[in-house]
Design a binder for this molecule. Structure first.
Ligand code: SF4
Ligand code: ZN
Length: 423
């Protein structure tokens, strides 16, 4: 007798299920219905309840249209809210379990998932629908898989699904509040106050040598894992993808190199990588897999960097869109002048601090200015005595070519022009 613990061996869905399907691609013309991907509002959010009665294990509800109600090729909004009760559940476990939605969906044949939080993108293929897969089944996938892997902390799991825009937008507000509370919790920590970082090798399934080293002031590049998340994940699953990495002897305080980190890296990358700097994008930068929230890349003539978020689909001063850039770099290769980063890292005191820090930022799209502007302005004023720094940063309305960026920087007297050459 195992008390409340629910044991589930099989995933009760009408499509094939297993790790073999993780790399699948669902082409546009094969889509029955898709959600998010900047086309419709969409989010995923996992939360815990202290009250056992609040959660009915295995219950899946859908408010709004299901697959049978729409034509092939439809785009719908989607809200996924997963409610968890467990005697050993902790709030710190919420984000790590939430992040697993990505893997759990991709392991279902005919279901494809990308991104996380409120920038996810999900496709269900026509073939999966022909086999009987419905939107409610994604709740069954989550129920089964979370029990399998997080049974130690989750006793009861229910899933609420919404495909009506109004409902999705309403619930999305709740989720966004939780996302920002999670972000605040980690913002108060520093790298100096800990002697252990955490690794993440989850993306090695498609970028074999890629390793994220997650520090309190530099979260995983996908935005899905902070140091607190990685620590929580390790506590729940000690043999999982997040392992403690003792910093050991500090080799370079400025660029952020530690013997313990390098030793771990060498092993985890099977000897392909030997050195990481936590705070430089020029000298032994961390690698990128493919799921970075943003790309930070050198703008040589501006002596600075531009930051492009995944959701920006316009042209950048590098003459490339986000997706072109993302396709060129990544895959776990160390590429000086280029890093994949989380949004959270942009406002970190350690943001490329070895390369000059925030005063290097010369271009970012307006949406990103909205996302990080307030905090960024505050940081730059505190550290560098520059007020309203984001107004000195060019965006797509000011400049789409490198020479226009430089012209603008000269007009506003941008601090990057006064810094040492980056290369
Ligand atoms: Fe982990 Fe990094 Fe992949 Fe995020 S990007 S899942 S932190 S390896
Ligand atoms: Zn990745």
């Amino acid at each position: 007798v195992r008390g409340l613990k629910v044991e589930i061996d099989e995933v009760p869905v009408p499509v094939s299920y297993g790790p073999a399907f993780e790399g699948q691609i669902i082409r546009k013309e094969d889509v029955h219905v898709e959600f998010g991907g900047q086309r419709t509002p969409s989010f995923e959010y996992l939360r815990m309840f202290d009250d056992s009665d609040a959660v009915e294990d295995g219950k899946v509800t859908l408010e709004g249209p299901d697959v049978d109600d729409v034509e092939p090729g439809t785009q719908l909004p989607l809200g996924i809210v997963v409610d968890v009760y467990g005697r050993d559940m902790q709030e710190d476990f919420e984000p790590v379990m939430e992040r697993m939605i990505h893997t759990y969906f991709n392991q279902a044949s005919g279901i494809w998932h990308n991104g996380q939080r409120d920038i996810n993108w999900i496709r269900i293929s026509q073939e999966a629908v022909a086999e009987g897969f419905t939107i409610e089944h994604i709740g069954d996938v989550l129920h089964a898989r979370l029990h399998q892997e997080y049974g130690a902390v989750a006793d009861k799991i229910q899933v609420r699904l919404y495909t009506e825009e109004e409902k999705v937008l309403e619930k999305q507000e709740l989720a966004r509040e939780a996302y920002s509370e999670r972000d605040d919790r980690i913002r108060e920590m520093t790298d100096e106050e800990v002697d252990t970082f955490y690794s993440c090798v989850l993306c090695q399934s498609f970028a074999p040598d890629h390793v994220c080293i997650i520090t309190p002031e530099r979260s995983g590049l996908c935005g899905g894992y902070t140091w607190l998340d990685a620590k929580a994940n390790y506590e729940i699953i000690p043999s999982g993808p997040n392992q403690p990495v003792k910093k050991g002897e500090c080799l370079d305080e400025v660029s952020g190199k530690w013997r313990g980190v390098n030793e771990y890296l060498e092993e985890a990358s099977r000897g392909n990588l030997t050195e990481f700097s936590a705070y430089s994008m020029m000298d032994a930068p961390m690698t990128s897999c493919g799921c970075f929230e943003c790309i930070a890349t050198l703008v040589p003539t501006a002596n600075g960097v531009m930051i492009v978020p995944r959701e920006f689909d316009g042209m950048t001063p590098a003459g490339m869109t986000f997706s072109t850039m993302a396709g060129q770099v990544g895959g776990g290769v160390q590429t000086p002048g280029f890093i994949g980063i989380s949004k959270l890292y942009i406002t970190s005191d350690k943001f490329i601090s070895a390369d000059g820090g925030h005063p290097r930022i010369v271009w970012m799209p307006k949406t990103l200015k909205q996302d990080v502007g307030e905090l960024l302005n505050k940081k730059v004023e505190e550290k560098h005595g520059i007020e309203n720094f984001t107004e000195m940063i060019a965006d797509e309305e000011i400049a789409t070519k490198e020479e226009e960026v430089v012209e603008f920087l000269q007009e506003v007297g941008h601090p990057a022009l006064e810094l040492e050459p980056m290369m």
